[in-house]
Design a protein around this ligand. Sequence first.
Ligand SMILES: [Zn+2]
Length: 290
Amino acid sequence: MNTNQDIEKKVKETIKRYKLCNKKEKILVALSGGKDSAVVAYLLKKLGYNIEGFYINLGIEGIEKDYLETVKELSQRLQIKLHVYDLKKEFGNSIGIIIKEIQNTKEGKNLKNCAICGVVKKWIMNREARRLKFNKIATGHNLDDEVQTFLMNILKGSPQLNINSGAITKNKKDKKFVERIKPLFYCDENEIRKYSKKKKLPIIYKKCPYLVDSYRLEVREFVNNLKTKDKENIIKNFELIYPKIKNLNSKESKTFINYCEKCGEPSRNKICKMCKLTESIKIQNNLIKK
Ligand SMILES: [Zn+2]
C-alpha cells in the first residue's frame, strides 16, 4: 500500500476505533506550523470534519513571523478559520521568559522547557476552545511522540504517568473540560513527513529552539531508529497493561475532581498545575477565573 492510502486509512481507523470525533462536532485543530498538525488539519478536513485552526503565538524571537505566516497559508489553503492567540499580549511575556521565570521558582526548578510549555499550552487551549464553543481539540501527536513519552515514563520508573496518554483524553466527562484527540496516534513520523511533502503543505521543518532536553532527545533518537511495527507493538503493549495501571491508586491516575480554586479550570487538585507553576511569577494575575 502506498503512504497516501496508508496514512489516511490509519487515521480513519483510529477515529473509529477510539471514537475520537464525529461530523456534528466542532473541532479545534492546534496548529504549530510543523508537519504533524498540518497533516491532522489536512486529513480531518479531507474526511469531512468541521474544523477550525488554533495557533498560539509564543513569541519566539526571530522565527515567530515565519510560523504565523505558514499557519495562515495552511488555513487559507484548507479554507478554514484560524484563531490566533497572542501569548505576549495575553500574558505580558513570551514563552522563553515565562519558562525561565518558572524555572527560577521552587515549584519549577526541576522542570524541563517542554514540560512547562506543555502545561501553559494545554491550559490556554482548554480555556479558549471552551470559550469558542468547540467540542474537541485535535493535536498532532504521532506514534513516535507516544512511544517516546511511554518509554520515558517507564525509564523514570513512573509507568502510572502513562495513564493520561492515549488517542483521546481519558478524563471523566466535564462541562469545563474540552477533550483532546490525537488522530495521528498510529502514524509513524516518517510516513507523516513523506505525506506532508507529497501534499506540498506549507510547513516549517525545524525543531523547536527550546527543545534542549538531552534525555528526551536521546530517547527520541532511539525511537526514530525503531521499525514502525516495533513502535506499534510498544503502544499495543501499553494498551494491554492499561487496565492494571488504571487501578493503581496514585495521584497521577486521579481523574478531575474539581475546579482550580484560583483560575476555575478543571484540575486534579485544589490548585491546577498552571497556577501552581505560576504562583510566584507575574503572569498569575492574568489567570483570573472564567
Ligand atoms: Zn488554576
